[in-house]
Design a protein around this ligand. Structure first.
Ligand code: NAD
Length: 489
């Protein structure tokens, strides 16, 4: 049985079939068609904007506590429906069910809870200006905001954009990737059940063209995109026409540095977490693993030993560690990088092949892959692969490894493993990255601001910083005396 994925505008699913294009939603693990995505048209985008404009002023006029209650209720609904939502996410993305249950749904719920709680705590400032004046600031919403999502964490991305936007009194129009349409729609239904007035969170389905319609829409005040660097360029250029606020969560080629004094087991565990979670389709992945020369052989041996134990398989099987890549085209791209790695002289320590045994033949499965003896100039070391491919490099000196880690146009994340406290903080400060993990990797608690520097992005999601990203500060100057005017009376 297949299903339909329409847009969700003004509180309801749109008609099926709609007037826009249609495409198949394909299960990456089986190649089976899950259903039909009914793409929005630009008229649908206009309708979503109109519904948002109609609903947003009354929403902004509520108390933060009233808005927050609805967000927290939505979090409860997501937690109640965890099993069903996790399954939807697995069918769309191919990621292991164990991850979807442990991370994807709870991360979205945590986010709604966090911003639901903060909504009542948003305050302006009082600025004393002597005895005859003072000023104060008001935190005002931007109005209608747009979110554009990638396919690797569809529900989490929708929540990370919608929750802070709504907490601050904005409306959010969200476009999921056209490869993962399901859970943004499920979130719309959870919001509706929680009592969110119609129009405040709409979903428009479609590809980059609908994304571009959002980025350039004259009545949208802000666009937040999660995607690749080339898409970020286009969205920012489109947004410039109407001088929109932008948040850009883009790609990366992050470094994980393992110093000689690191705990070996923890370092290997961090390297696994930094490369093979969600089959390597994680923007922050530490795909350049720099290991101190003295530790290299022991590290590599243990890394290979543990990688060999990872179960590649049916994403719906709780025992699976590595699921299917999002599409056949993406799998071919990843396999192409692996071929290039071998051709350029990297040593394939484990993995490297597509898995086609039994039922896996119908899906996009690639073995977790470790390349040893990589060099900085290699293609696999320079480019974002977005698959389960780890490149191992060695280093001697701290200054050397920091310089090499920073020698990339990207700057999303980095990690370092050491027992030396001073070195940990010195290197964390020196790394050009929006997020640095010390003695761990790939944890993104909602309390912590998240985002990149350099080509990896602009702005921050999560934490208190996200509230700034969805609001303006209005300064109000209040005079307590007469107007001091130099002109003749
Ligand atoms: P993508 O850039 O192909 O697409 C992202 C979204 O942008 C999709 O919804 C797509 O339809 C839309 N889009 C495409 N062209 C557009 C245009 N011209 N105007 C407006 N919207 C457009 O990325 P993807 O393949 O879905 O995701 C993988 C990429 O996303 C990787 O580079 C990864 O690093 C990055 N990513 C970053 C983060 C982060 O938080 N920094 C998180 C997840 C993924």
């Amino acid at each position: 049985m297949t299903t339909d994925y329409p847009s969700h505008i003004a509180g309801a699913r749109t008609a099926v079939p709609g007037a826009g294009d249609r495409s198949d939603n394909v299960n990456p693990a089986t190649g089976a068609v899950l259903g039909t995505i009914h793409h929005a048209t630009t008229a649908d985008v206009d309708a979503a904007v109109a519904a948002a404009q109609a609903a947003q002023p009354a929403w902004a006029a509520l108390t933060g506590a009233a808005r927050g209650r609805i967000l927290k209720r939505t979090a409860d609904i997501l937690r109640r429906d965890t099993a069903a939502l996790a399954r939807l996410e697995v069918l769309d993305t191919g990621k292991p069910i164990s991850e979807a249950l442990a991370v994807d749904v709870s991360s979205a719920a945590d986010c709604l809870e966090f911003f639901g709680g903060l909504a009542a705590a948003v305050q302006g400032e009082h600025i004393p200006l002597g005895s005859s004046a003072f000023a104060y600031t008001r935190r005002e919403p931007l109005g209608v905001c747009a979110g554009i999502g990638a396919w690797n964490y569809p529900l989490q991305i929708a929540a990370w954009k919608a929750a802070p936007a709504l907490a601050m009194g904005n409306a959010m129009i969200f476009k999921p990737s056209d490869m993962t349409p399901a859970t943004a729609l499920a979130l719309a239904e959870a919001f509706a059940e929680a009592g969110l007035p119609a129009g405040l969170y709409s979903v428009v389905q479609g590809d980059g063209r609908i994304g571009a319609a959002l980025a350039t829409h004259p009545d949208i005040a802000k666009v937040s995109v999660t995607g690749s660097v080339p898409t970020g360029h286009k969205v920012m250029a489109g947004a410039a026409e109407t001088l929109k606020h932008v948040t850009m969560e883009l790609g990366g080629k992050s470094a994980l540095i393992v110093f000689e004094d690191a705990d070996l087991e923890n370092a290997v565990a961090a390297a696994l977490m930094a490369n093979f979670y969600t089959q390597g389709e994680v923007c922050t992945n530490g795909t350049r693993v720099f290991v101190a020369e003295a530790l290299h052989d022991r590290f590599l041996a243990r890394l290979v030993e543990r990688t060999a134990k990872l179960v590649v398989g049916d994403p719906l099987d709780p025992a699976t560690h590595v699921g299917a890549l999002i599409s056949a085209a993406h799998m071919d791209k990843v396999l192409g990088f692996i071929e290039t790695g071998t051709r350029e002289g990297a040593e394939l320590a484990i993995g490297g092949k597509r898995r086609t045994d039994g039922a896996l033949a119908a899906g996009n499965f690639v073995e977790p892959t470790v390349f040893a003896r990589c060099r900085d100039g290699m293609t696999i070391v320079g480019e974002e692969i977005f698959g389960p491919v780890l490149s191992l490099l060695t280093f001697r000196e701290e200054a050397e490894v920091v310089a090499r880690a920073n020698a990339t146009p990207f700057g999303l994340a980095a990690g370092l493993m050491t027992r030396d406290l001073a070195r940990a903080h010195r290197v964390a400060a020196a790394l050009e990255a929006g997020v640095v993990w010390v003695n761990d990797y790939n944890l993104t608690p909602i309390e912590m601001p998240f985002g990149g520097v350099k080509r990896s992005g602009i702005g921050r999601e999560n934490g208190l910083a996200a509230l700034d990203a969805y609001s303006e500060r209005k300064s109000v100057y209040v005079s307590l005396g007469d107007v001091d005017c130099p002109y003749p009376t």
